[in-house]
Design a protein around this ligand. Structure first.
Ligand code: GDP
Ligand code: IMO
Ligand code: MG
Length: 423
């Protein structure tokens, strides 16, 4: 049985959590494949909003198994908090939530190293969520990391101590002021490890292979977005994992020829949180309006998201890298009432007009070229079928679909599960 894949095509926060929740009823297993608690995936139904960081977004469905894959990095303290936030919903975690033995752990000192690294960079900082993501993936690829499976062994505390001592020496090297109480952080950490140990810790790749062999339907859930991919994103202003389709292969043990549908999610405009280039960013009242109407504040850090027009150059790039087979457009409702909507389809550079993403979009001389569309006045949030969309909105969707050469199968018109239109 094949695996479907859902991932963000921009700089994250496209609405992955909402759509995974909507699609879960058609799947047996929802599996997160990369990232960690830098992610904030929002789901809304029955008037309640939930934000998940480590737990996959299928957790509210009674029958689906939710798996945290080997490619994910887990902060047990944040994970424990997520579990306790979900207590009122009486979810049977012991049967519904599985964790890969090979997922790496974020240690308290990884968070401190993240803070020290960012602080030492000054103005050049990445704008990290400071959850310890970069240092944890560095230890993973540097072959020093501690994995979930290790905490089931006797000598892992020794390895923890060796690694923590090394981190403390590295912190000295940074020579930045950091206020922390390691004893308190470690108390929290080791307590939360006990909670983690009560979960089902599995050889997740074997579990997935067995599930495939027995005809189970699997949806792989990405975190962040393609433009934050460590290889293909706007380096160095990226995260430290493979956020693109290949990440599902390494982050779950799914073979490339077993991936079927690749669902690519994008907003009807663009947002970015943290530093780095953003050619279509708006600095005017339209940008402010989008931020306000779209409630564009980070689900993990609460930071204001930068807003701008949709960027087809970047979207086409993301579609190619991921092999997207179906698109999902989110938050079109937020653009209602704007007189003129702009779509960037080329960049102007010193070498002339280009329609591909260049090596360096940090280049200040690069500016977006726009096509303009008349906006729509109508409120879209109460619409429940595609044939009720206003004409100008339909024209906008049709244009994007044609330019991107990929069908837009879902149009989302509000944060709630129900505000989802299938085309
Ligand atoms: P994710 O990280 O990709 O899961 O996205 P986030 O949860 O960080 O950010 C998406 C935000 O937009 C959340 O607050 C959602 O509740 C909200 N949202 C999702 N889809 C829509 C939509 O179609 N319209 C509006 N207005 N809000 C939406
Ligand atoms: P979801 O899954 C948006 C951004 C940070 C920063 C950069 C590096 O909710 O879409 P990191 O903490 O990974 O070292 O930060 O990546 N970033 C996100 N932006 N959505 C996310 O996740 C993000 N995860 C990381 O803001 O610019
Ligand atoms: Mg988010």
């Amino acid at each position: 049985m094949s695996v479907d894949l859902l991932l963000g095509l921009q700089w994250g926060d496209e609405g992955k959590g909402k759509i995974v929740d909507v699609l879960t009823k058609s799947y047996d297993i929802i599996a997160r494949f990369q990232g960690g608690p830098n992610a904030g995936h929002t789901l809304e139904f029955e008037g309640i909003k939930h934000v998940l960081h480590t737990i996959p977004s299928g957790i509210f469905h009674p029958s689906a198994i939710n798996l945290i894959g080997n490619g994910v990095v887990i902060d047990p303290v944040i994970f424990e908090r997520e579990l306790s936030n979900l207590e009122p919903y009486k979810i049977d975690f012991s049967s519904k939530l599985l964790i890969s033995k090979k997922a790496h752990l974020i240690l308290p000192t990884h968070r401190l190293l993240d803070a020290a690294s960012e602080s030492s960079k000054g103005k050049a900082k990445i704008g990290s969520t400071l959850k310890g993501i970069g240092p944890t993936y560095m230890d993973k690829t540097g072959r020093n990391g501690i994995r979930v499976g290790d905490v089931l062994t006797k000598d892992w505390r020794e390895r923890y101590n060796t690694l923590t001592q090394k981190h403390l020496r590295m912190l000295n090297f940074y020579n930045v002021e950091l206020d922390f109480d390691l004893e308190k952080l470690e108390r929290e950490f080791f307590n939360s490890i006990e909670t983690l140990k009560k979960c089902q810790i599995v050889d997740s790749e074997n579990y997935i292979h067995h599930a495939q062999a027995t005809g189970k339907k699997i949806l792989a859930e990405g975190a962040q977005g393609s433009l934050l991919d460590v290889d293909f994103g706007t380096y160095p202003f990226v995260t430290s994992s493979t956020t693109t389709a290949a990440g599902a292969c390494t982050g779950l043990g799914v073979a490339p020829n077993k991936i079927k549908e690749v669902f690519g999610i994008f907003k009807a405009y663009t947002t970015r949180v943290g530093s780095g280039p953003f050619p279509t960013e708006l600095f005017d009242s339209v940008g402010e309006r989008i931020a306000k109407v779209g409630h564009e504040f980070g689900a993990t850090t609460g930071r204001a998201r930068r807003c701008g027009w949709i960027d087809l150059v970047a979207l086409k790039y993301a579609i190619n890298i991921n092999g997207v087979t179906q698109l999902m457009m989110m938050k079109g409702d937020v653009l209602s009432g704007i007189d003129t909507i702009k779509v960037c389809n080329q960049y102007k550079t010193e070498q002339g007009l280009i329609d591909h993403l260049p090596y360096d979009i940090n280049d200040k001389s690069l500016t977006p070229e726009y096509i303009e569309f008349p906006g729509w006045e109508e409120d879209l949030t109460q619409i429940n079928a595609a044939d009720q969309f206003p004409k100008n909105f339909v024209d906008y969707i049709d244009f994007l679909e044609k330019e991107l050469n990929t069908p837009i199968k879902i149009v989302s018109v509000g944060p709630d599960r129900k505000q989802t239109i299938f085309r």
